[in-house]
Structures are given as C-alpha cells and as structure tokens.
Write a protein that binds this ligand. Structure first.
Ligand SMILES: [Zn+2]
Length: 396
C-alpha cells in the first residue's frame, strides 16, 4: 500500500518544494556547543580532556568532495531528486563554522563500478545514457549527463579514501548525486544507479580494512544490505522509517551465512523524533560499532528524516544529525559521509552544517523532539534483536 513507489507517495501529497533562493535566505546554523556538555553528562572528563576535545573542533578541516557533473543528472520534471540538492549540501558544508578542504570527485572507472555491480549492467547504463536516457525504474530517470554524474558520485568516495589515507583529514562529506543506497548489483532503484557507499566499502575491504556502514537515511538501504548480507567484513546498521519504501529492513533481516548478525536493522515508525534516535544510538548503534571495531565508518547520510522533508514522516531537527555525527566521531577512525536522500533545501543546508559540526567534535543539547511511544518500544525490540548477535547490546 503506497510503500512501493516514491511516486505513489508523492502523488498523494503536495510537493512543498521551495524555489532555489539567493544568498542571505539560508537559516543561520547553530553555534556549536563545545564539550562542557561532556562534563555535565557525567562522563567525568577532566579539564584537559575537555580542552583537547575543544581543540579538535578548531583543528578538523573536513574534506568536502563534489563535482559540477553531479548537476547534470536529471530525473523527470518536478522530481524531488534534483540538482539544487547539491547546492544546498555545499552551502551547508561551507557554513559549518570552520574551514573545509574542497576537492573534485574523480571519475570512477568501470572496474571501480564493477566492485559492486554486474559489468553487463554498467555497460547497459552507459549505453542507455548515450542513447538519450529515459526512465530506469518508475522513480529513477537518466539523461546523457547521468553517465558522468553517476561515475563522479561513485568516484567521490575513492577520492575521500585516498585523501584521508594521505593524512588530509579524518572526516569527509560527499555532496553527490545520484544517490546510491537503493542500487543493487544489476538494478537501478529509488533514485539510485550505482551504490556509491558500497563501492567505497569494497575498495577499503580490498585493502584489508574492516568497514562499518551506518545508514540514517529515512529509507532502508536495501541495495547496501543485499551487497553485504553474506559478509563478515562489512557491518551494515540502518535506522529507517518502517513500514515504508522500499519495504525491506525488518528486524529479522540480520544477514546470512558468514554475515549473520552483521546486518542490524532498527525500523522506527512515522513521527520518530530525536529522542528515539538518541536512544537507538546509545542502546544499539554505538555498542554494535564498538564491538565490531571498524577501521573506517562510512555513513549513508540522508536528510529525508528531517521534519520539513516532503517525502517521509520522521520529525528530526538539524541538531539530531549533528548529535549522530558527534557519536560517530568518538570512535577515532575516519568517517566519510555520503549524501543520500533529503529533499527540502533549507533542511539540507542546516543538517549538513550540523553534521560537520558534530563530526568535528561539537556537542549538541539533549533532543527536543518527543517520539510516539511505539518508537521507544521499537528501539527496545531492536535492542533485544541486536543483543542476540552482539553481547555489547543489552537486550530489552
Ligand atoms: Zn531516503
């Protein structure tokens, strides 16, 4: 019922898309709250620890990676996944409160794409774009410029990996489109053509790394889950609205074979706010990632869970994204944020800025949103499920 297609949802609900507006109209981003909250939260940090953490906020210079070609990809007229999203993400990244190190995405090669995708599918996408494009699935379009855009979107992660390995920064944000987490090995789906985050994860695994993927896009990343479902070297943790598009992501989907337990789904209902997300992080995401001991954390950073987003029903605030990023910064390993969804211009600007603040070590106040009781119950149920495979998680 209406959960199988973005278009189905959209037609039932007016698009409150705003026209792209000039500079000066963007919401002022919040001033980062430095680590005094660490002390008041009872962590017992010493003054020197606080100073060290505060210093990190000033020292981190996130990599911001994009490419003009990402503006060339087009879906059908009026489609919510549109080029202005990249502009919003870049404005948000540049306004986080510190410096950024901006670089252009490389062009992923066919061999790079084939780390995840069937080479026949890769060739078919190239040919489809060259012949003028059209609809790849009911929600996913392509034009001639899509071929380069999709290869730049996939190549951004590879640039980030190399720059981080060279010591440029521990944090990267990728302002890319088309997004990737619904893309399967041989199938475009839900605005996605190539699975950008999965390709980066495969590159890292090929170098011997352990990779944790955290997906907070409001939709379940079915393509990513399928890619790594049988694998022990990649952890996939997803928080998503459920029941909802694309229909997958229930608790019992835990991976299979050697990957059993390495897929952790946290399905949360409409109305989910920052309080339930914070509980999900402290109860499940943080203990699971800690026990997995990744060398890298890759994030499917979708901002369609924001309360202003027209496609979904969560009510997150920009600060809630900052808080998640702050949690992930604690692991002391590189973190790369891949833009996935997010369809409200101002919400993207504010949420991306908050993400980089959190990634740089800024603390955020206690969540203000109040979730329905069923969301809290779902966190407990998800914790009980995760506890079957992760002894660091205390089941309900
Ligand atoms: Zn999404």
């Amino acid at each position: 019922m209406g959960t199988t297609s973005f278009q189905g949802r959209d037609s039932a609900r007016a698009h409150p898309f705003r026209k792209v507006i000039g500079s000066g109209q963007f919401p002022s981003t919040r001033t980062p709250v430095l680590t005094t909250a660490m002390v008041s939260a009872g962590r017992g940090a010493t003054e020197s620890e606080v100073c060290r953490e505060s210093a990190r906020v000033g020292l981190v210079k996130p990599l911001v990676i994009s490419h003009p070609a990402c503006f060339l990809h087009r879906n059908s007229p009026g489609h919510p996944e549109r080029p202005a999203r990249i502009e919003a993400a870049l404005i948000g990244a540049r306004s986080w409160g510190g410096e950024v190190d901006e670089r252009e995405a490389a062009l992923a090669s066919k061999a790079d794409l084939s780390l995840v995708h069937d080479p026949v599918y890769v060739d078919a996408i190239e040919e489809f774009c060259r012949e003028g494009g059209g609809e790849l699935d009911p929600d996913t379009g392509a034009v001639p410029g899509t071929w380069e855009a999709a290869r730049r979107a996939a190549g951004a992660g590879l640039v980030a990996i190399e720059a981080i390995q060279a010591g440029a920064s521990p944090v990267a944000f990728l302002a890319i489109r088309p997004p990737g987490h619904h893309a399967h090995a041989a199938r475009a789906l839900g605005f996605c053509i190539f699975n950008n985050i999965a390709i980066a994860a495969e590159r890292l695994v090929s170098e011997g790394a352990r990779v944790a993927i955290v997906d907070y896009d409001v939709h379940h990343g079915d393509g990513t889950q399928e890619t790594f479902g049988a694998r022990s070297d990649v952890l996939y943790v997803s928080l998503h609205e459920y029941p909802f598009y694309p229909g997958s992501g229930w608790l019992e989907e835990v991976g299979h074979g050697q990957g059993t337990g390495r897929t952790v789904n946290i399905p949360l209902p409409p109305g989910t706010a920052g309080d339930a997300i914070e509980q999900a992080f402290t109860r499940i995401v943080i203990p699971v990632v800690a026990q997995f001991t990744p060398d890298w954390i890759l994030v499917s950073a979708g901002y369609d869970g924001h309360r202003a987003d027209p496609l979904a029903d969560w009510v997150l605030e920009a600060d809630d994204y900052g808080r998640m990023a702050r949690h992930l910064s604690h692991f002391g390993v590189p973190v790369i944020y891949f833009l996935e969804g997010g369809y409200e211009y101002d919400a993207i600007v504010a949420s991306v800025a908050a993400t980089l603040q959190g990634a740089a070590g800024a603390d955020f106040p206690t969540p203000t949103g109040v979730s329905p009781g069923v969301a809290v119950e779902m966190v407990e149920t998800s914790a009980a499920q995760a506890g079957k495979h992760w002894n660091g998680v205390q089941g309900g």
